[in-house]
Design a protein around this ligand. Structure first.
Ligand code: AMP
Length: 316
């Protein structure tokens, strides 16, 4: 199935003069790694093609890749590839609909199977792993470059939590080994990806100090606008603290609830085992079984989510 899709995607790339690559809003290293890595591979393999990346601000991840200026005309006759994005509302840049053909490449559950070609592999650790596999599988026609290998490595490190999460497989490690044969500095990427500002370090202290753990093992931290202002951090910077509770032994699953400027809460949910994405789906969200996101309109809905998470934890 996957191989058939690899073949179809390679044909679509070869047929197109312009390829525009999208990814999800609030990009993480896997979104940018898979988007940027694929762009580098196509550019190196087919130098005559126009390859563009879109999706707006990349926040503090500009050391990985940045976006291109794209006109509406660029979409005429273009192949549009959307990387690492489970559902259409999460695609950054709505013009993804304006191309000639649409391809989805992703590793999240395929609840929204948009696109003319849908390549979804939920067994892959990351979309970056899929892109690397796609390139190595087609090694006679696609060229991996040092820059692409660096970006894909970063995406895999990001989505596996530095190879700690269960999605890390022997295949992940084989692909990482092949990527590390290229010339880039993995230690430098690792350092950049784990580096935090002093204000985020202080917020980390707050999270560990204030996390409430219920008897079923559900951890909860609410980061109100006032707390965010007190520490001087933005919503995007909360990525650095989301995995912190995993090292607390009593915690089975947890939520970090980040108040947004309009008063709603971005809910960042994680689990060591029990499946939590079904709860996320009930609250304007979704994601992976063990790493999901949702939106709560107010604290009442935050508490509903916590109650539902407690039920999940109690059923294990
Ligand atoms: P985050 O906490 O934002 O890092 O999200 C964790 C995972 O859940 C990622 O794989 C996201 O793609 C997914 N996710 C986050 N928010 C949403 C949402 N509103 N709808 C669907 N999936 C989401």
């Amino acid at each position: 199935m996957t191989i058939e899709k690899y073949d179809q995607i390679l044909v679509a790339i070869k047929e197109s003069k312009t390829i525009i690559i999208h990814r999800h809003k609030n990009p993480d290293p896997d979104a940018l790694g898979s988007q940027g890595g694929l762009a580098e591979i196509i550019k190196a393999s087919f130098p005559a093609k126009k390859v563009l990346k879109t999706g707006g601000s990349v926040g503090d991840l500009a050391y990985l890749t940045t976006m291109d200026e794209i006109s509406d005309e660029d979409y005429q006759e273009a192949l549009v590839i959307v990387a690492d994005t489970a559902n259409t509302p999460r695609i950054s840049d709505e013009r993804y609909k304006n191309g000639k053909k649409l391809v989805k490449i992703d590793h999240h559950p395929n609840d929204d199977a948009y696109g003319d070609i849908v390549l979804v592999n939920t067994n892959a650790s990351s979309t970056s792993e899929i892109i690397a596999d796609f390139c190595f599988y087609n090694k006679d026609e696609l060229k991996m470059t040092d820059e692409a290998a660096k970006l894909l490595y970063a995406g895999i490190v990001g989505d596996t939590g530095r190879f700690l999460y269960p999605a890390t497989t022997p295949k992940t490690m084989r692909i990482v080994a092949d990527l590390m044969e290229f010339s880039f500095k993995p230690d430098e990427i690792n350092r950049k990806m784990t580096a935090m500002s002093q204000k985020v370090a202080h917020l980390s202290g707050y999270v560990l100090q204030n996390i409430a753990i219920d008897p079923s093992g559900v951890g909860k931290v609410i980061l109100t606008k006032a707390i965010m202002e007190q520490f001087g951090v933005t919503d995007a910077e909360t990525s650095a603290i989301v995995s912190l509770p995993s090292s607390i032994e009593d915690i089975v699953l947890w939520g970090i609830f980040v108040e947004q400027s309009d008063g709603h809460y971005r809910c960042r949910l994680r689990s060591k085992g029990p499946i939590i994405n079904e709860v996320a789906k009930k609250h304007d969200g979704g994601g992976h079984p063990l790493a999901s996101g949702a939106n709560a309109k107010d604290l009442v809905e935050v508490n509903e989510i916590i109650e539902q998470l407690i039920q999940v934890a109690e059923q294990r």
